[in-house]
Structure formats: C-alpha cells, structure tokens
Design a protein around this ligand. Structure first.
Ligand code: PBG
Ligand code: ZN
Length: 328
C-alpha cells in the first residue's frame, strides 16, 4: 500500500500559505533602544552593526521613526554620565532613562514604552545591584539590599511615564518588591514584565559593549541561571508569576526554545528576548556572505514565535518592519 497520507499535497505553493500555523506580525515585536547621556550625536555600536546609542535629545525623533515603521513597542536602556556603588543615577528623576521615556512619550504617546529595571549600567562595579561581602563567599550581589534599589528604579520609571517596567536583575523576590513599591506609589496599573527566566549567557557579550555594563570582577552566575537547568527555569518563572508578574520572559530566546515552550502552562503571556549575541552572529555571518541575513533572521523569529512567544524583543524589529512592508 502506498502511504495514505501524502503530506506534500498541502505544500503546493498556492496552498501552503493557507495552512501556515504561525505568523510574524509587527505587533509581536519590541525594539530595544540605548540612550546615552554623554553624547550629542548617535554613535554606532561596533559589536552590533545597525544599532546605535542615541543622545537623550533624539528620543522623540527615534520613537517617531519606529512608530512610522509600524512598530508599537520599545524597550529602553540608559547609559548614565555617572556610575557609583549604589547606582544612584538609576533612580534619578532627571536620569537618562527617565528623560528619554518622557521624550518618547511627549512625541509618541501611544508607543508602548517598556523600561529595563536593573543597575548594571549604573554601578561602578558593573553588577546588577548592591555588592558586598557574603559569608565566606567573597564579594557578591546582595539580594535584599538590592531589592530596595529596584523598587526605587521601577517607581522612578513609572513616574517618568513608562507603560511597563521590566526587572532584569534575577534577584529573589524582585517582582513582589517592585509590585509593592509601585502599588504604594500610585502605580497599581503599571504592569511588570519580569525577566523571569534569564540565563547567565555569553550571548550578552555585545550588549555589554552597547550598554557599557560589563562587570569588574566575577560574573553573573550567582544570580542569572545555569543554561543546563530546565526544571529550575520553570521554577523561576512560576515564582515570578506567584509574586504578581503580569508577563514572563525567557532570555536568550533562540537557544532556549524548550524553556519557552515549557513555561506556556503557567498561563501568563510570555516574551522572549533575542539577545545581542543572537543578532550579532547573524550580522557577522551575513556580512561575510555566509548566511542570508533576511531569511535567517525571519526564520529565527518565526521559530521563537512557534515555540510560544507572545512578544519578541529583537534588535531586528526595525528591519522586520521594512521586510514585511517590502513583501506587501
Ligand atoms: C541588564 C540586561 C542585560 C541584557 C538585558 N538587560 C545584560 C546582562 O544581564 O548582562 C542583555 C541583552 C542583550 O544581550 O541583548 N541586566
Ligand atoms: Zn543588570
């Protein structure tokens, strides 16, 4: 007997689009943006071709460009003028993120502005919060003292007009601490998108160059997760859901699709962050003529969506907007 099922029947060119299970749309995408308080003109980021650090004064114009391209959300990072051990510039009402968010909102009130709530761009040691001696373990990120810092940063972002705050420090209790602080400051309506399952990934390398957030000692493996652990990955996201997160996240995206699929059952919306290294490796290989950039980028993104991402944070967002326009 010849096989009864001929799966190729539905793969005819004209039929195929009717049976496509997953589609990538502009409303799936979030564009990360870097604002730098120390510059007057946009500076290209060497390790991330096509990406820039923008001066704070450009915030409105950049937002307008992205909105006109069809994008509906951005994720804002800041590079401050001054770094110190307590990351004081991170919650300054006049700080780089606060001013940039205000600039975006003034020009594009409907563009969804998400802010990265972390301290690594603002500490002189480059770690994601307050560092101190641990019992017998040498200097390390101190959990509970850092929570107070995250509360201040999140509230200051909300006050500046952020639509969503996104804590990325991987501290225990960070979602509950931030929820309490937001609620107590009149921001009960501001959602928290938690970087709930964030791995200690070497693929963040180009970002540390972009955001000037490399660390002066140690690494982030005592707070970010071991890439080998799938059960713990689920626990991390479940914990943040229980603490009141409105959205979860898996980061990086492309190498962690099993994790992304496994946290669907929690029931909250899930974002996936296609990180700097995922972007830069495609850029580098396509610059050498070894990969077709557009095809590879769209394939990576559709696979992330297929695995369960409701939102994809990607440096390719603006390119995808152009590619989708070209196809119409
Ligand atoms: C800050 C933060 C990082 C990224 C997003 N937020 C760096 C890190 O955790 O070391 C990485 C983003 C990327 O690589 O594109 N905590
Ligand atoms: Zn950080």
């Amino acid at each position: 007997m010849f096989p009864e099922r001929r799966l190729r029947r539905l793969r005819k060119r004209t039929l195929q689009p009717l049976f496509r299970e997953t589609r990538l749309g502009l409303s799936d995408l979030v564009m990360p943006l870097f604002f730098d308080e120390t510059i007057e003109e946009a500076v290209p980021i060497g390790s991330m071709p096509g990406q820039y650090r923008y001066p704070v004064g450009d915030a409105g114009a950049v937002a307008e460009r992205l909105e006109q391209a069809g994008l509906s959300a951005v994720l804002v990072f800041g590079i401050p003028r001054k770094k110190d051990a307590a990351a004081t510039a991170a919650y300054d009402g006049d700080g780089v993120v606060q001013k940039s968010v205000a600039g975006i909102k003034e020009t594009c009130p409907d563009l969804v502005v998400i802010t990265d709530v972390c301290a690594c761009e603002y500490t002189d040691h480059g770690h994601c919060g307050i560092v101190g001696e641990t019992c017998g373990g040498g200097p390390d990120l101190l959990n509970d003292p850092s929570l107070v810092l995250m509360q201040k940063i999140a509230v200051s972002h909300a006050r500046a007009g952020a639509d969503i705050v996104a804590p990325s420090c991987m501290l225990d209790g960070m979602v509950q601490a931030i929820r309490t602080a937001l609620d107590g400051s009149g921001f009960a309506e501001v959602p928290i998108m938690s970087y709930s399952t964030k791995f200690a990934s070497a693929y963040y390398g180009p970002f540390r160059d972009a955001a000037d957030s490399g660390f002066s000692f140690g690494d982030r493996t005592t707070y970010q997760m071991d890439p080998a652990n799938a059960r713990e990955a689920l626990l991390e996201s479940e914990e943040d859901a229980a603490e009141g997160a409105d959205m979860l996240m898996v980061k990086p995206a492309g190498l962690y699709l099993d994790i992304l699929a496994s946290i669907q059952d929690i029931g909250l919306p899930v974002a996936a962050y296609q990180v700097s290294g995922e972007y830069s490796q495609l850029k580098a290989a396509s610059a050498l003529g070894w990969l077709d950039e557009k095809k590879c980028a769209l394939e990576a993104l559709i696979c992330i969506k297929r695995a369960g991402a409701d939102l994809i944070i990607t440096y390719y967002a603006e390119d995808v907007a152009r590619w989708l326009r070209e196809e119409q």
